[in-house]
Design a protein around this ligand. Structure first.
Ligand code: LMR
Length: 333
């Protein structure tokens, strides 16, 4: 009797095994921008490489443009394991308790992309990944978007022109301090709510790289843009740490390679996408694009200089010193 039951059990296992082997590991990758942005394309490239190189053992489901989770909840859902992968702007880690990332929001802290890359790939960027691990999050890499421009329905030549205007910001106390320093009124809103907030006048203006402006059609409801390039939007590519550590070692190694190559691809396309987006803003003709004079750029820098001192206690004086040391001497964009 026992042999028969044992035999039936082994047979059942045999039939089950191939089915079990075919059940892919699913990575849900949620983000808040459209697919035709640097981050959107980076996610698609990661999906392609991960699925190809694991021969289908991993399936990546991408949920773009806030279709699964919006700004506010996406990091929490990652911590809960409801989604496995994100690439939030580094401006959005303050609410999680990793305030140090807000140092990346300090006006003019990065003179150019090469300096930013040194920070991301060096002890500062990798050290911040360590802080994420205390929150159950594993940092896998840094993706680019680009330097931010300002938009509103008023001409903005110098810093005095934004006084009294309501500007949407990401959830960053440094960005809040930045606009308050200019006499503007900052308001945190989810990226998915930005277009409607501008269209209805809930806010007057916003800051973002051109690719985020055209892909959300923000330029259709903003009459003026000023090429201040006063700050940077970049992303931390992150996964749920428990999920990542629980992967079979060979799969994890393959995915590390896919992330590395997707990151190189994403860095390659980001500048081009922003250049094309700025050209599209000009071509659409609904937004007047203004380039500040040298004197006006100096006035923007002077007006925003106090933010570093003011926010040192929040992000860490030593971190600001390290950032300035890492980027000193680099030519401005
Ligand atoms: C924003 O919220 O303005 C951006 O961070 C959106 C994004 O992820 O690029």
């Amino acid at each position: 009797m026992t042999v028969r039951i044992l035999g039936a059990f082994v047979c059942a296992l045999a039939f089950a095994a191939p089915a079990a082997a075919q059940t892919p590991i699913v990575i849900k990758f949620s983000h808040v921008v459209t697919t035709d942005t640097p981050k959107g394309q980076g996610a698609e490239r990661f999906k392609q490489l991960a699925e190809e190189r694991t021969k289908g053992a991993v399936k990546v489901e991408i949920y773009p443009n806030s279709t699964l989770y919006k700004d506010k909840e996406e990091v929490e859902m990652l911590q809960l394991g409801a989604v496995q992968m994100l690439a939030p702007s580094t401006s959005k880690f303050g609410p999680l308790g990793v305030k140090e990332y807000e140092a990346f929001d300090l006006p003019y802290i990065f003179p150019n992309e090469q300096a930013l890359r040194r920070v991301q790939d060096g002890p500062i960027g990798q050290g911040l990944f360590k802080k994420l691990e205390t929150k159950g999050i594993k940092g896998l890499g840094y993706w680019d978007n680009g330097f931010k421009i300002l938009t509103s329905n008023k001409p903005m030549h110098g810093p005095e022109d934004v006084k009294g205007l309501k500007f949407r910001i990401q959830s960053s106390k440094v960005l809040e301090a930045q606009f308050k320093q200019l006499g503007a009124l900052p308001q945190v809103l989810a990226f998915s709510e930005l277009y409607q907030a501008l269209q209805t006048g809930v806010v007057d203006g916003q800051e973002n790289p051109p690719s985020n402006i055209t892909t959300q059609k923000i330029n259709e409801v903003q009459k003026h843009a000023t090429l201040t390039y006063h700050g940077y939007v970049g992303y931390a590519v992150i996964v749920n740490k428990g999920f990542w550590d629980g992967l079979p070692a060979d799969i994890r190694t393959t995915l590390e390679g896919a992330i590395k190559d997707a990151t190189a691809y994403e860095h390659e396309i980001a500048d081009k996408q922003n250049e094309k987006a700025l050209a599209d803003i000009r071509a659409t003709g609904k937004t007047e694009v203004y380039t500040p004079t040298e004197a006006e750029n100096a006035a923007w820098r002077k007006a925003l200089a106090p933010v570093q001192r003011e926010m040192a206690s929040r992000v860490g004086k030593d971190l600001i010193t390290a950032l300035n040391k890492e980027t000193e001497g680099a030519p401005n964009n």
